[in-house]
Ligand binder design. Structure first.
Ligand code: UDP
Ligand code: MN
Length: 243
């Protein structure tokens, strides 16, 4: 056995964590210091080279999580080998961000919802660069809450990529539920996105070839280092974009 064979041979792979973001400052203030401390702890993913990219949507159009994630890839890809799409409201307690050979979902414990753990592909996911290019990224067409993550999972299936599930434990930060009314039913925007997704899945192979990374259109307003409670974080970038 070669010397040091027990070391993870993939630690030379560079990870870009991409956080789609707008107007959730209280969560961002918790996530950033938490992630920095998380990666300093001695565990399987400690030695990964990580940059964090907060991609902030400017303006008051409906939020578009998928498109912001595509922007994050476009902005970080020259310095990254794989990408983690990370909601601002999940703090890793014990997870595994090491390189993934196939699209990977990282959360198992700590999802506040739900009955379909085995299908859910939102919140915190990872892709290596080649796989994300194969899916042509996220769709850019989901405005407002919901279903961009479902389409991404179906895009993976359409190009023959299977999904790995790691058993990460996360703490979720509470917020108002954007996709549902108080009676637990989808609101009109979520219903619209559900219907959009259902319709697109009938013809996904063709639609996904025309909509995603290859059709991404945005304007970068500026990139800066992020400052939280007067501390400047190296390797954490705030990209403001018009989409
Ligand atoms: N998000 C945001 N501002 C918004 C809506 C969404 O920053 O106004 C980002 C944020 O990273 C959030 C993610 O998109 O964690 C998913 O949205 P949300 O938390 O509303 O979805 P849910 O928790 O219902 O899956
Ligand atoms: Mn959330």
């Amino acid at each position: 056995m070669p010397e040091n064979a027990f070391l993870n041979s993939d630690t030379d792979k560079r990870l870009a964590i991409i956080v789609p973001y707008r107007d959730r400052l209280e969560h961002l203030k918790q996530l950033i210091p938490h992630l920095i401390n998380y990666f300093e702890r001695d565990k399987i993913d400690r030695n990964i080279s990580v940059t964090i990219h907060i991609v902030e949507q400017l303006g008051d159009q409906e939020f578009n999580r998928g498109k912001l994630c595509n922007c994050g890839v476009s902005l970080s890809q020259s310095d990254a080998d794989y990408f983690c799409f990370h909601d601002v409201d999940y703090l890793p307690i014990w997870s595994d961000y090491s390189y993934c050979e196939t699209p990977t979902h990282l959360i198992w414990h700590g999802l506040p919802i739900m009955d379909h753990y085995n299908k859910f592909f939102g919140a915190v996911t990872m892709f290596n660069k080649a796989d994300f290019e194969k899916t042509n990224g996220f769709s850019n067409k989901y405005w407002g809450w919901g279903y961009e993550d479902e389409e991404l999972r179906e895009r993976c299936g359409t190009v023959g990529l299977s999904i790995e599930r790691r058993e990460g434990t996360y703490q979720s930060l509470p917020h108002e539920n954007v996709g549902y009314n108080s009676d637990g039913k989808h609101n009109p925007i979520a219903t619209r996105n559900l219907n959009l997704c259902k319709k697109r899945l009938k013809n996904l192979k063709e639609l996904m070839s025309k909509d995603g990374l290859n059709s991404l259109d945005y304007r970068l307003d500026g990139t800066s280092k992020i400052k939280i409670d007067s501390k400047i974080y190296e390797n954490v970038f705030l990209h403001k974009v018009e989409i």
